[in-house]
Every structure is written in C-alpha cells, then in structure tokens.
Design a protein around this ligand. Structure first.
Ligand SMILES: Nc1nc2c(c(=O)[nH]1)N[C@H]1C(S)=C(S)[C@@H](COP(=O)(O)OP(=O)(O)OC[C@H]3O[C@@H](n4cnc5c(=O)[nH]c(N)nc54)[C@H](O)[C@@H]3O)O[C@H]1N2
Ligand SMILES: Nc1nc2c(c(=O)[nH]1)N[C@H]1C(S)=C(S)[C@@H](COP(=O)(O)OP(=O)(O)OC[C@H]3O[C@@H](n4cnc5c(=O)[nH]c(N)nc54)[C@H](O)[C@@H]3O)O[C@H]1N2
Ligand code: SF4
Ligand SMILES: [Mo]
Length: 818
C-alpha cells in the first residue's frame, strides 16, 4: 500500500485545531443556533470577537447536509463545530456527524482555485487563457447570445445541465430561468438504474426513497452490505450499521473488492462483478426449498397473485371479461381464488402459482412468472458464474433466513449496464421471503435511505405552470448521438449549455465524446465556485459564492429543515446562484418574473400545509435554524406507509414497463417486466457458465472500476491542502498476482488503455482487489494524472430500459511504463 505519512508539522497543526475545536465547543452551549457573540466578561484574557452561525455542509456524499456551526473571526470563517440538534424526544439527533471533508470546508472556501470574478475565455477552449470581465459584460454577452440562438434556432437551442453538487434551495432557483426560457434540459444519468428499480419496486416516496430509513437498521439481526462501501461513501451514517453490530447483528459484505466496510463484516463474500442478481436468486431458490417462501406476504403485500396474460404481459382485468369499463376505477385486476377469478381486493386465499385459462385468455399469477425465471437457473451454474462456492451461497441463504435481515445496497451494481438484474434479484428475494415491510427487515440503500425533510417545497417554478412551456429533456447517454446527428427523437442539438453544480467532463463516462460534444456548441457557460475541469473548458465562468456566504434552505438527506445563515460576505465578486439567475433572467427580458428577493423566496418554500403541520413557519425557522419535520418512527415502506406503486403493492413484476426515455431503441417489454439475468455489455472478460467472453476481452482483459473514497465527494474537496496531504495523488490498485504477471512493483507507473482512451498513473499493490480488476478512486480531475484521464476509459453505452452511465462496465489493458 502507498504510504501517506503525516508529517510532524501537520500533526502539530491538527493538534492545534483540535484544541481550538474543544475550546469553542465550550462556548457554543451559550450561543447555539443563534448569532451569539462571545462577550468580553471583563477578564484580562485577550478575548477575540467571534460570531457563530448555523450552517451546513453540502457535499453529495449520502450524508449531504450535515449541520454544523461556523465561527467567524475578523470577517473570516475560522472554525467548524459539530451541531447539537435534538430529536423530538430530547435525545441527540443521529443525523449530525461531520466528516473530515466537512471540516475541510474552510480550506476549500479559501482555496486559490476559487473563481472570484466573471471570466471570459481568451484563447483556445480549455487552454486556460482568461480575461476577467465585469458582471455587466458577462450577463450582457451571455444573454445576447442566448437571445440570438433562440431567435434563430428555437428555445431548445440553449440547454441547462445540473449535476449533484448541491441541493440548496437557491441553487434550484436556476430552474426558474430554464423554464421561462423553454430551454432544453441535459439530464445526467447518475444512479438511474438503482433509483428506477427501487421506485418500480416500492414506489416513489416523499419520506424515504429506499424501503427502510437508516435508523431502522439498528432493529436488524443481519445486515447484508451488498454492492456498496458505506464506510467511505456514507461516512456519517455508517454508525447505524455499527450500532446494529453492537446490538448483536451479523454483518455480511458482498463485494468483489475487500473494502473498508468488508473489513468490519463478520463474513466477506467476494463475487464476480455484475453477477449479484444471480446470487440473490440462488438465495431465493434455497429459501423456497427450505420452507421460507412467505405465502401470506406474497399474497397480501406483493403482486404475486395478479393474473398476467401470456400474450401481452398485461394484467387480466374485469374489462377483459366485459365486466367493467377499461381504465375505470372499477376495472379491477383479477386473481384466481377458490377456482374462480375474483377482483384482487375481494380475494380470500388467492393462488400465487399455476397457469389458468380464463375466457380464452391463458394467464398465470405474476409469482409463477418469477418462479419460471428463477427455475431456469441451477445452483451449480450460479455458483460458477458468481464465482462463489455452493456452501457459501447456502450459508448466505441460511443467515438471511435466520432472523430479521436488511439488505443494504448502493450503486456498485448500478454502474454496470445489467445493474437491474442485481436490484430486481434482491427485491425478489425480499418479496419471496417476506423480509420487508417490517422494522429491521427490508432494503436500505446508500443515498436512498436518507430521511427527506418534509414541508420544504421548492417554489421556483410553481407559479410558471401554464405561463411558460418547459423544454424537452435529453439524457446525457444520448447527448453525443444528438450532437453528432443534429437531431434525435424530435430534439435538436443545442448550441449552448449552462452548466451548474456539475462537472461532467470529469464525472461523465466517455470523456472524449464530452469534449467533442461541448466543442460543437457555440457557447458553454459554467457557474461554479471553483475552476473545475468543466469550468476550464467553458467560454464564460460565473463565480458562485460559497455555502457560508449565503442565506439558504437545506433539506436533503436530513430530517431537519434547515435555514442556514450567511456568515461572511461573498469573496471577490462571487454571487449566489439565486442572484446570478435573477440577473440573467432580467437581461433575458423576464423582469416581471424576477422581482422577489431572496428572503421572500426562502419564506415561500416553507409556507405550506405540510410545513405548518410540522410547526414550521418562516419566522420560527429563522429563529430555530433547524426544525424536525419527520416521523418519530423510522419509515418502512409497506409498514408505516403503503408502497406508492401503481398497484399499491411491492412490484417484482412491472406491468407494461416502458423505457425511461424512448428514442426508438430496440427493447423487449415482456422480458423487462420481471427479473432476468444477462451479462453486462462489456465487463465480461472470461467465458463462464455458458456466457461467452466479449470480443474486446482478447485485447482488453482487465476490468476497470472506480470506488468512492472518504477524501473526496466526486471532484469536490480535492483543493483542500489538509486532505491532499492525506491523499495526494491518484493511483490504481492492482492485485499482487496481476502485478507479478505484468512485472509491476509498488509505485511503478502504468498505462491503462482501451479503444476510448488511456490514463497514466501510479500503481499500488492491494491484495483486497479481485485478480483481473483495477480500481481507481473516483473524483480526480485531468490535472492530477500523469497523463490521460480515467474518465476517457468508461463507456457511455446504456441498457435500453435505463438512461444510465455505466462507469464499471469497462475493459482495459495495462502496461508498465517505468
Ligand atoms: N466519500 C464519498 N462519499 C460518497 C460519494 C463520493 O463521491 N465520495 N458519492 C455519493 C454518491 S452520489 C453515490 S451515488 C454513492 C455511491 O456509493 P456506493 O454505493 O458505495 O458506490 P461505489 O463506491 O461506487 O461502489 C460501491 C461498491 O460496489 C463495489 N462493486 C463494484 N462492482 C460490484 C459488483 O458487481 N457487485 C457488488 N456486489 N459490488 C460491486 C465496489 O467495489 C464498491 O465497494 O456515494 C455517495 N457518497
Ligand atoms: N468514474 C466514475 N465517475 C462517476 C462515478 C463513479 O462511480 N465513477 N459516480 C457518478 C455519480 S453516482 C455521480 S452522482 C456524479 C456526480 O457528478 P457531479 O454532480 O458532476 O459532481 P461534483 O464533482 O461534485 O461536481 C459538482 C460541482 O458543483 C460545484 N458546486 C458546488 N456547490 C455549488 C453551488 O452551490 N452552486 C454552483 N453553481 N455550483 C456548485 C462544485 O464546485 C463542483 O464543481 O459523478 C459520477 N461519476
Ligand atoms: S462531506 Fe458529506 S458527510 Fe462529510 S460533512 Fe459534508 S455533507 Fe457530511
Ligand atoms: Mo451518485
């Protein structure tokens, strides 16, 4: 492993910071959640005037929105102190940790990479030659160009692209301008397979997007960390898993890489990448064999008994029998009960297996379709494909059925084109065994099990309904085809892009295609606090103020609605997204829509019935800063709230499922309506279990993935010297067996390459990496590599049902350079 020694100087610095932190904590009790001032109590100690403000971190890191206080001395932010919020019962909130990145925010804020004035490109795109210009010039030139483009080519010739950089209310205000302009949306395709699979199974819910809220994990007997590395990617919520462990829960980790989360597990099971769906289905087969099929749960909570017509895959309804009007409320889905068809909600003991003939329709209960798909597989083949010994699969099933089991998944499987096969397999397992819809059992997910604050409604576009015609959306997976062809599925290629809270040149796959697509645009504008890789490629960079330099509302991933207070003035000429959008909007001719001030807007976001029911008013929030808005009991879909699916049940079968975005792609609706397994598009380097290796494997035999690391949130925080001292440069982790085969030693420089691009990087040996795999931690920008870029390697190809970036579905070759 690479050594990142802590120097004596930094150790002393760290000690000093700790001491200040401890001292400040003492004074905080007196001035908590207020603008409190440490008054001079008349002592002869040299008292430094210090103000404390309630604030929040905002990294998209699962824990985004960690609340804390910042202290200000001499007009500069000087310290960050963990918050001390209470649950309604008076106990400390479990949602207020602050990770090392949170504390690094001060260095980030004062980093030399901050953009402090509007910048206009002065040389070639990406060459780094800039001219500082005034806000007036920037706003005039940008909006003049947009007006000309929209007049010449239509409203959608201007596109807006947001990523995941911040969930603050003021940032979303940009949607107001986008909507008024009728501009095109370029939607990034992060995590979409994982998200859509969860919504398709349990519904989109406003309290929690996964099935069980994180707090519920402490009720579990077994936690399966499956396809995620929460100790690095969910740092501030990992304690829930450790709390479960302290309560006696067994922790199991399934991952091709021995991660820091695996290191905390009682059982670590390495798996062949992109085969998790088969493992889940093997566990389901064993559960059924051993008597853990939960018939009552299947009958009452899932779509198991619903009769599906063989010919079109749709449910048999009363209208099919001429007994109700198609599409009407009375048009009930039918089940087979006591030898006859019955409306599902009138059934007593509906069949969940078999096949039937009803009025000339050949039908089966949806569960029979799932069983047929499961039974196409035998355990030996699954063991071969997953590369997991049969007795380990038996052991996993046995643990799963030994008590209340929680699957804690994340976005590892999502990053392969066949990601759905994993999620739908896990959900089918929970549906079959009834390990869901109760406390301690179900599915938790990195990002998705966060409690969502209630009563915070972004009002940015609410008054525009019927006033402005929203533009269409192109998913980033189709952007390059659109730019190359000029038109795709009724959308014309945009001529300009406004990119904010997003760094797509680094974070999207197929970077060379991104460079080509952006090069084809006449004007690229980036609004960012920092000279990100994408900003460096723009024509105009607009300087955005830092979190601590604005009033805002933060809610995401935290059950408290939080009003964060401007602690210091914006540096340089930077402005908040709210103010920037207001100026752009006025210059575009929408003066009448940009008259409200920031406070009016923020107040409007918490003025609604849900907020009122939680006791939240703008005045109260301004006073208290953080207000609990959630249920006291951890939310569990199917227990504390019904599933918000079209059927109101857990859906392992998706009637008439459609692709996320139909651009005329070939796809198979019947196949996609229920679990199946297929190999990924590219990440299949060996022939195994009857699945032939992909052709590319002959030249590119190694599988390349990235991983989250605790030192970065995507490309954020790699401008903090403190963090760079711990994690100074990118490196690729190589298994020692592979290293020996390639003649590579620790610290050598290697070139990793495929037909899309290459990266030159330092190698470190790590026995925790599965042989045949290479791992680089996610978030390094172009300037960090010796040469090339890791985002040049990944493909932008997607599975037809999902608009998904598949960073891990990627084969490469490697050679030692020196
Ligand atoms: N520190 C930090 N935290 C973050 C982020 C960040 O950038 N930095 N980003 C946030 C965001 S937006 C997201 S989406 C989440 C994602 O967070 P995670 O869900 O943890 O995603 P990853 O770390 O990309 O990958 C998860 C794990 O999947 C494993 N894996 C790879 N292939 C397979 C496979 O085929 N099967 C199985 N079982 N496992 C596999 C990897 O080895 C890795 O350990 O993290 C969030 N948290
Ligand atoms: N290789 C590889 N690539 C990946 C992934 C992976 O696993 N592997 N994971 C992917 C995933 S899951 C995700 S979610 C994406 C994330 O991709 P992005 O959303 O592009 O993530 P960031 O790098 O955090 O970029 C956010 C940018 O917003 C800026 N920003 C922060 N706050 C504000 C603000 O208030 N206003 C404005 N205007 N700008 C602000 C930041 O400075 C930063 O430049 O990355 C994806 N890319
Ligand atoms: S980086 Fe994420 S986990 Fe860390 S303090 Fe900020 S919001 Fe919390
Ligand atoms: Mo993500």
């Amino acid at each position: 492993m690479q050594e990142h020694a802590l120097t004596r100087r930094s150790f002393l610095k760290a000690t000093a910071v700790t001491a200040v932190g401890a001292a400040s904590l003492g004074t905080l009790a007196a001035c908590e959640s207020s603008k409190g001032v440490n008054e001079d109590k008349g002592s002869d100690v040299n008292v430094v005037e210090e103000q404390t403000f309630f604030q929040s971190c905002m990294g998209n890191c699962s824990g985004w929105g960690c609340p804390f206080y910042v202290t200000v001395r001499d007009g500069k932010v000087a310290n960050i102190i963990k918050a001390n919020l209470k649950l309604p019962d008076g106990s400390p909130s479990p949602y207020q940790e602050t990770c090392l990145k949170g504390y690094a925010n001060i260095e980030r804020m004062y980093s030399p990479t901050r953009v402090l004035q509007p910048m206009k490109r002065a040389g070639e795109r990406g060459a780094g030659d800039w001219e500082q210009i005034s806000w007036d010039q920037a706003i005039t030139e940008i909006t003049d160009k947009w007006k000309q483009l929209q007049a010449d080519y239509g409203n959608e010739s201007v596109a807006f692209m947001a990523g995941s950089g911040s969930g603050m209310a003021t940032v979303s205000y940009t949607n107001r301008l986008k909507t008024l302009m009728g501009a095109l949306t370029i939607a990034p395709c992060y995590d979409t397979t994982g998200m859509y699979c969860q919504w398709n199974h349990a519904g989109f819910h406003t309290h929690v997007n996964g099935q069980n809220e994180w707090r519920d994990m402490t009720n579990s007997d077994n936690v399966f960390i499956w396809g995620t590395n929460p100790s690095e990617s969910n740092i501030v919520d990992f304690h829930f898993i450790m709390d479960a462990k302290d309560n006696g829960a067994k922790i199991i980790c399934i991952d091709p890489i021995f991660t820091t989360s695996a290191a905390k597990a009682d059982l670590y099971v390495p798996i062949r990448p992109a085969t998790d769906g088969l493992l889940a289905i093997a566990m389901a087969q064993i559960s059924i064999r051993d008597g853990f099929e939960n018939r009552t749960h299947l009958q009452t909570m899932t779509v198991a008994p619903f009769l599906v017509k063989d010919d079109d895959g749709l449910y048999l309804r009363l209208s099919d029998l001429g007994q109700a009007e198609a599409g009407s409320e009375d048009d009930r889905i039918l089940v087979m009960d006591g030898g006859q068809t019955t409306a599902f909600d009138a059934a007593v003991d509906p069949e969940i297996k078999g096949s039937f003939e009803v009025n000339g329709f050949a039908v089966k209960p949806a569960y029979q379709i799932l069983l047929d798909r499961i039974n196409e597989w035998d355990l030996d083949t699954i063991s071969e494909i997953t590369d997991i010994p049969l007795d380990t699969i038996e052991q996993l099933a046995s643990i799963y059925n030994s008590g209340l089991s929680m699957i804690y998944t994340g976005f590892g499987p999502d990053h392969y084109a066949n990601g759905q096969t994993a999620y739908e397999g896990m959900f089918a397992l929970a549906d079959i065994t009834g390990q869901e819809c109760k406390h301690g059992a179900g599915i938790c997910c990195t990002d998705f099990s966060a409690p969502v604050a209630q009563g915070l409604v972004n009002t940015a576009t609410l008054d525009l309904v019927g006033v402005a015609a929203e533009g269409q959306t192109v998913h980033s997976t189709h952007l390059h085809e659109l730019m190359a062809k000029g038109e795709l599925a009724g959308i014309k290629a945009p001529k300009s892009a406004y990119i904010y809270i997003c760094n797509p040149i680094t974070n999207e796959p197929d970077r060379q295609k991104w460079l080509t697509s952006l090069a084809a645009m006449e004007m690229v504008v980036v609004a960012d606090m920092f000279m990100s890789e994408t900003a460096r490629y723009a024509d105009y960079v607009l300087p955005v103020s830092f979190l601590f330099e604005r009033d805002d509302l933060a809610s995401s991933f935290n059950p408290f609605v939080k009003y964060v207070e401007k602690a210091v003035d914006p540096m340089g000429e930077s402005m908040g997204d709210f103010e920037i959008v207001t100026e752009l909007g006025k210059a575009m001719g929408f003066e009448e829509f940009f008259t409200q001030d920031l406070e009016t807007f923020l107040a409007s976001c918490v003025t609604n019935d849900t907020a009122a029911a939680a006791g939240i008013t703008w005045e109260a929030l301004k006073n208290e800063h953080a207000m609990w808005s959630y249920t006291d009991e951890p939310v569990v879909i199917g227990l504390t709230t019904p599933p918000f699916t079209p059927t109101g049940r857990m859906e392992f079968y998706h009637e008439g499922i459609q692709p996320m975005h139909n651009v005329g792609q070939k796809w198979d609706m019947i196949k996609e309506s229920c679990w199946f397994w297929d190999a990924p598009i590219e990440a299949w380097p060996e022939s195994v279990g009857g699945y032939e290796a992909v052709e590319e494997a002959a030249e590119y035999p190694l599988l390349f993935i990235s991983e989250r690391c605790k030192f970065k949130t995507h490309t954020m925080f790699n401008n903090s010297p403190m963090i760079l001292e711990l994690d100074p440069e990118p490196y690729v982790k190589v298994n020692p067996e592979d290293a020996a085969a390639y003649g590579i030693s620790e610290g050598d420089t290697v070139r990793i390459e495929n037909s899309r691009g290459y990266v030159v990087i330092k190698a470190v040996l790590n026995a925790g990496v599965r042989p045949g795999m290479l791992v680089i931690d996610h978030g390094w920008e172009d300037t960090s590599y010796i040469e090339g870029h890791y985002s040049d390697l990944a493909t932008s190809e997607s599975w037809p049902r999902f608009e998904q970036d598949n960073w891990f579905d990627c084969l490469v070759k490697m050679e030692k350079i020196r």
